[in-house]
Design a protein around this ligand. Structure first.
Ligand SMILES: *Cc1c(COP(=O)(O)O)cnc(C)c1O
Length: 373
């Protein structure tokens, strides 16, 4: 089945008893045991398994072309479960330009649990090779990256991981499976913050790990999910499933709007730089063109001047909302350095845009008036 059909029919199964077309939400925490002591219907207790969650997991696996998936209560819980599947003494290679929360998890939390991490420019295969150690078990990829929209060659990086007996994990939150399927390019696992495009309406937190094969590594991720219990509620699973039904249409609109806005911004005299992989002069454009079928709705721009000039533009927008996060139908603008805090290496004049699915001309007019002196 093609991806649009998988998305449009996410969780769709006619209820045999009632004929209900929309899927039910199974809120039960516990499930009946058979007279002979078995659980022939497959569910025991909702932390370890729930029908609404299973339905979402099946859709996520299908979308990414994986064998299995585990849903979590946030994207960060999903990333943490991948790290928890490693053992003390293992080494990770991670991008130096990556979602701030992932960096914080590795730096502040997992360092105390005996995981070592080398942060490097994962977009450069030579840097990745240099960072590898005999105990390297995992290479983390995030492409396009946050907030500089750097592009990593997934196929090449997965090869480096496999040559060293390590796994390659790709955070596919920004691209979504509509624009990029890392498992088809050789990655072993995909991580998602379903909070973003998959949910798609800025109203639900969630995360997922999808695995190419139902192997030992995924078994450990599944064990972490069931025993630590950072599981999403049935209602949250249902909301993500509902969001997925229009994912392909939304991604198309996000991408078209983003392309128009990136072109407008690149021609604007008050804009020093625009980071969007769809632009021909973006350093990652040729790799992105090969491994992505669309460039997505995320971009960042650098305003001429410094922090004050950037803050001033953010202060003047009317249609864009000043807020963190991304992937909703509404456009957001954010001064990234100030949300990332003191350790942030993000340029002070950078604004990150999550382009929504409004009319592109309205968004452009809003940015135009905000960029006026
Ligand atoms: C938001 C985000 C996360 C974390 O997801 P939460 O649901 O906020 O925990 C991870 N990776 C990327 C790329 C993100 O944008």
């Amino acid at each position: 089945m093609r991806i649009e059909t998988i998305a449009a029919q996410a969780g769709h199964q006619i209820d045999a008893q009632t004929g209900a077309v929309a899927p039910p939400i199974h809120v039960s925490t516990t499930f009946e045991r058979d007279a002979d002591g078995e659980y022939s219907r497959g569910f025991v207790y909702s932390r370890s398994g729930n029908p609404t969650r299973s339905s979402l997991e099946a859709v996520l696996a299908d979308l990414e072309g994986g064998q299995c998936a585990a849903a979590f209560s946030s994207g960060s819980a999903a990333s943490a479960a991948v790290f928890q599947a490693l053992s003390a003494g293992d080494h990770i290679v991670a991008p130096n330009d990556c979602y701030h929360g992932t960096t914080t998890l590795l730096r502040n939390v997992f360092s105390r649990w005996g995981l070592e991490t080398t942060f490097t420019d994962v977009t450069e295969p030579e840097r990745v090779k240099e960072a590898m150690r005999p105990n390297t078990r995992l290479i983390w990829v995030e492409t396009p990256s946050n907030p500089m929209l750097k592009v990593t060659d997934i196929r090449r990086t997965a090869q480096i991981a496999h040559d060293a007996g390590a796994v390659c994990v790709c955070d596919n939150t920004w691209a979504t499976p509509i624009n990029q399927t890392p498992l088809a390019l050789g990655a072993d696992l995909v991580v998602h913050a379903t909070t973003k495009y998959l949910g798609g309406h800025s109203d639900v937190m969630g995360g997922a790990v999808v695995s190419a094969t139902d192997d030992d590594f995924f078994g450990r991720v599944r064990e972490v999910q069931r025993t630590y219990g950072a599981v999403p509620s049935p209602f949250d699973c249902w909301l993500v499933n509902r969001g997925i039904r229009t994912l392909h249409l939304r991604m198309k609109a996000h991408g078209e709007n983003a392309m128009s806005i990136a072109r407008f911004l690149s021609d604007h005299p008050r804009v020093e730089a625009v980071h969007y992989p769809g632009l021909k002069d973006h350093p990652g454009h040729s790799i992105a063109s090969k491994q992505m079928s669309g460039f997505g709705g995320m971009m960042s721009l650098q305003v001429r001047g410094g922090r004050d000039e950037a803050m001033n533009v953010a202060a003047k927008v009317k249609l864009f909302t000043r807020a963190t996060s991304l992937g909703g139908t509404e456009s957001l603008i954010e001064h990234r350095a100030s949300i990332e805090g003191l350790q942030s290496k993000t340029p002070q004049n950078l604004l990150r845009l999550s382009i929504g699915i409004e009319n592109a001309a309205d968004l452009i007019e809003d940015l135009e008036q905000a960029l006026e002196n």
